[in-house]
Design a protein around this ligand. Sequence first.
Ligand SMILES: Cc1ncc(CN)c(N)n1
Length: 231
Amino acid sequence: MKTSGIKVKFSERLYEKLQPIWRENHNHPFVRGIGDGTLDQQKFRFYMIQDYLYLIDYSKVFALGAVKANDVETMGKFASLLNETLNFEMSLHRQYAARFGISEEELEQAKPSPITLAYTHYMLHASQNGTLAELIAALLPCAWSYWEIGKELNEIPGASEHGLYGDWIKMYSSKEFGELATWCIDLLDEHTAEKSERELAKLEEIFLNTTRYEYMFWEMAYNEQMWPGEA
Ligand SMILES: Cc1ncc(CN)c(N)n1
């Protein structure tokens, strides 16, 4: 994309445009509660279970990325992102689950909330039916917004040493997680360099929708929101 002769990366355009929603994520009481250690543990427990279910489907988006990739290097990278999510990020959830007395089986058999289901189904739909660029646009807010949140919370003195929430902050501010997010950002820029404005608008809409779902996921976790009539 070009603005007055200067080529602006698509990720820069997205970053500017979505700041208002991202600020709402950072200011959400769930996120602030992780940062200052005041978050109700029951809400965090609820979140952990829903997030585990979310990450199972999110991993499938990486698998679909490997299917849609046009070169072996990109396929390999998607394969390693799949591995890192299943065996690095999700091991954090398994450790938290053990601390809450929840078995791995219980975790996997838990039922998704309406928001978890809507978010994962939207992402999988966009990934299965769209182009590789659409798949990346759908998955990027997940990696990018958590990295931004992790870095910001890590700046709060003592936050990463908190007995319960410290490990969460360490994970999402880690170099490894940052590399994962950066690779996805760079791949999106690579795949959008030659796209028409019409195609970019579609990608922006997908990115905006999963960004909105990120906010809704925090809301869902804070309110422990399941289906009507279910606790
Ligand atoms: C809902 C959600 N969004 C993003 C992430 C970071 N992979 C996550 N664990 N959960």
